[in-house]
Ligand binder design. Structure first.
Ligand SMILES: [Mg+2]
Length: 381
């Protein structure tokens, strides 16, 4: 049993409307989808969403040789070997490249065994997970938050019971927006905000205090992703749980953030933190600190399905809101790559089923995303 081929597909699109957050308007979204092909007639899928082109080059020029010819069942050994091979370069695009390989190897290994990734990794703790709407986003309008009430209403009609609008415009506007949503939609709505690294520490504290009245479940990425002292200052001053970690690529980064009492909720992204292998190491660290952890996912259906498997493996913690954590994120922007395997199905209780079909349960072929492919490559034994 061995990996015979690695196929890379670079793909992307221009979101319409642009996706506004506190830092930028996203006008172009690019991804790398990785297909790891085995001699068993099955393949597995992985994704890079943050630095796809750099990861693409790293896989082709540096990492593929350590994966081709190996058994996909030995994903753990391969992960450690890839990390050791990188030596000086164990975060950022290099860890994203390893993340995509790890995701694809797990998917292939589980499919070969005819069971889900969660079953292969010891068994799912749940078969459904509360799924929140990730959005709405700032608009290029006189009032960037003006459309939020209508957008939240539309999300509630779709069955969502929790929602995470983007914030970080300015502290007063944030406070007014959050209080308005709470007043309009009542106490049962799970309400969080994402500041996308946008604020200085002072502004984050000001905004956090103004929004606290809206009974938020968490405030996400209030300041720069590496700013441990800044996170600690915000966490100490604001009476709302502070979450983050989607940009962190190593167990050691999470260790340092937790030692400084920064996060109340950890949100590693499988495509950034080392795939399932990285996520589960961070989950053990979260457990040791008695903190909830949930996978961040804002990309294609490949990472979303992998994150569902990770959510199935994540211990339950009560953090307020409609159900115990973990919650699962769902990108509600116009994103054809999250709907390319079919529309998301939410149950009336706001949960999404976690597939127990082989691998991640995703039925994907390259034809599905052909309209968005900008380049592709192959490495073979
Ligand atoms: Mg975020």
């Amino acid at each position: 049993m061995q990996v015979t081929e690695i196929r890379g597909y670079e793909l992307g699109f221009a979101p319409e409307p642009a996706i506004g957050n506190a830092r930028t308007f996203i006008r172009r979204r690019d991804f790398l989808l990785l297909e790891i092909v085995t001699d068993q007639g099955v393949s597995g899928w992985g994704e890079v969403f943050s630095s796809p082109f750099a990861a693409s080059a790293l896989i082709q020029k540096r990492l593929a040789a350590s994966v081709l010819g190996q058994s996909p069942l030995e994903y753990g050994r391969i992960w450690h070997q890839l990390v050791a091979n990188l030596a000086y370069d164990r975060r950022g695009p290099a860890m994203m490249a390893i993340s995509a390989i790890d995701m694809a190897l797990h998917d292939a290994a589980a499919r070969i065994q005819g069971r889900s990734v969660a079953a292969m990794l010891g068994g799912a703790l749940r078969d459904k997970v509360l799924t929140y709407a990730s959005g709405p986003f700032l608009a290029e309008a006189a009032d960037p938050y003006g459309h939020y009430p209508a957008a939240v209403e539309a999300a509630l009609r779709q069955g969502f019971r929790a929602i995470k609008p983007r914030a970080g415009l300015d502290p007063r506007a944030d406070g007014a927006m959050a209080r308005d949503l709470r007043t309009r939609f009542g106490p049962e709505l799970g309400l969080m905000v994402d500041i996308n690294q946008g604020y200085t520490v002072g502004a984050a504290i000001d905004a956090g205090r103004r929004m606290a009245e809206a009974d938020l479940l968490w405030i996400e990425e209030p300041v720069q992703p590496e700013d441990i002292q800044g996170y600690a200052a915000v966490a100490a001053a604001v009476p709302v749980a502070i979450s983050g970690g989607e940009a962190l690529g190593s167990l050691a980064s999470f260790r340092d953030f937790l030692a400084a009492r920064t996060f109340s909720i950890l949100q590693p992204d499988l495509t950034v933190c080392g795939g399932y292998t990285g996520y589960l190491r961070i989950a053990a660290l979260a457990d040791a600190h008695d903190l909830p952890i949930m996978p961040h996912a804002f990309g294609t259906i490949v990472n979303h399905r992998a994150a569902l498997q990770a959510a199935a493996l994540t211990a339950s913690r009560r953090g307020g809101g409609p159900m115990p954590y973990p919650f699962m994120e769902y990108d509600i922007s116009n994103n054809p790559l999250i709907e390319m395997a079919g529309r998301m199905g939410l149950s009336p209780d706001g949960t999404m089923a976690i597939p127990d079909a082989p691998g991640t349960g995703l039925d994907l072929t390259a034809e599905r995303f052909a309209p968005w492919v900008t380049a592709s490559w192959r490495c073979a034994v």
